[in-house]
Design a protein. Structure first.
Length: 368
């Protein structure tokens, strides 16, 4: 039995589950409607995800803070291993197969919590001064951001690599970096853009070409039709023809936002966006309360940015404003990897927020 001191429960952030649970319930209703088999699998993912949340919530993270660099470097080794012993699926080598049990892991997903914790750890160890990080400090932090970016990019997995890159530098922007450094980076990106484009894979160039062309790809066209079909209040199951007759590809995963709007209309889509918007604003608003607690501040900012990027890219993709990439909606799209990863991240956040006045977790008692 797990006993929590009442003083700990007063510091628990109840706003997070109040905003996340409606997203999960709405997601399950759509997945269950689309496929009994997928909904059964999703229940298993929910159980694993909530178990992972409880594990990270009760783990004495601050007490085990010294392990964070080791966890980060183990994940780097796993990413390197993908190059040599990785399993290929659909033209991408992103998985490692565990011998004898026919089970695969995706190191790039495991890297996300490790990346957030490592960034928070480094910022806590060397917080910025009033003018922000200088060039030497910025380059040191950049090494820890660019290393997983390069390794994941080689798989190739441009979407996940860019997620980590933007999140990492977004956190540094929030925490504070000398403005001259940002101006220099902007100029460098502008000058090197043609070179970066030439080094992309053919399928990545095709996605960009489809995005900037006047005629969107088949997937996006069907997604736009589904959104238009939903109208203001949505359609019944029988009238949601794009999903019912399988015109809408990957309706429960990458294009689940279009599925949502077809079923629940503009009102349903706007409501979902508002839930995500309130969650992101709530997380970022915590920075004002945390002041100089750089470890929590960096972790909260990283998770808020990850959600913002995931939601923005996915929704813009479904309406033709961004290239089609495999970026799911957090807590909403079908699939175990993304759901479990974000449950781990929110378990870490709740741990850091709830136990910030009990850094040794002495108010938690576990009786067997």
């Amino acid at each position: 039995m797990i006993l929590l001191d009442k003083r700990i429960l007063t510091h628990f952030d109840y706003v997070q589950p109040a905003l996340i649970l409606p997203i999960i319930f709405l997601s399950y209703s759509l997945i269950n409607e689309a496929s009994d088999m997928l909904s059964a699998k999703m229940i298993a993912y929910y159980i694993i995800g909530f178990g992972a949340f409880m594990l990270f919530f009760l783990l004495p993270i601050r007490k085990l803070e010294w392990l964070i660099p080791s966890i980060y470097w183990v994940n780097i080794i796993l990413l390197l291993s993908v190059e040599f012993v990785g399993v290929s699926k659909l033209g991408a080598q992103r998985w490692i197969e565990i011998p004898f049990i026919n089970f695969t892991i995706q190191p790039s997903e495991i890297m996300k919590p490790a990346f957030v914790l490592m960034l928070a750890y480094l910022i806590k160890k060397t917080p910025p001064d009033e003018e922000g990080y200088n060039l030497k400090q910025f380059l040191k932090l950049s090494m820890y951001i660019l290393l997983p970016f390069i390794l994941i990019l080689k798989e190739p997995d441009l979407g996940t690599a860019l997620m980590l890159l933007i999140t990492g530098y977004g956190v540094l922007f929030i925490v504070g970096v000398n403005r001259k450094i940002w101006i220099s980076i902007a100029l460098l990106i502008g000058i090197s853009s043609p070179i970066l484009y030439e080094n992309l894979h053919d399928y990545q160039k095709k996605r960009i070409a489809d995005f900037i062309s006047e005629k969107p790809s088949y997937q996006v066209r069907q997604s736009i039709i589904a959104i238009g079909n939903g109208g203001i209040t949505g359609k019944s199951i029988d009238e949601a023809t794009q999903t019912k007759f399988k015109f809408l590809p990957i309706a429960t995963s990458d294009f689940i936002f279009a599925y949502t709007v077809e079923r629940y209309g503009f009102i349903g889509g706007a409501g979902l966006i508002m839930l995500y918007g309130f969650l992101i604003m709530h997380l970022l608003s915590l920075n004002y309360k945390l002041k100089d607690e750089y470890f929590i501040k960096a972790a909260v900012s990283a998770v808020a940015l990850l959600i913002f990027i995931y939601v923005s890219v996915n929704i813009f993709m479904t309406i033709g404003f961004a290239p089609v990439v495999g970026i799911p909606l957090p807590f909403y799209s079908y699939g175990g990897s993304s759901f479990i990863t974000f449950m781990c991240l929110f378990g870490i956040l709740q741990n850091l927020l709830t136990f910030r006045f009990d850094k040794t977790n002495r108010f938690v008692k576990i009786n067997f």
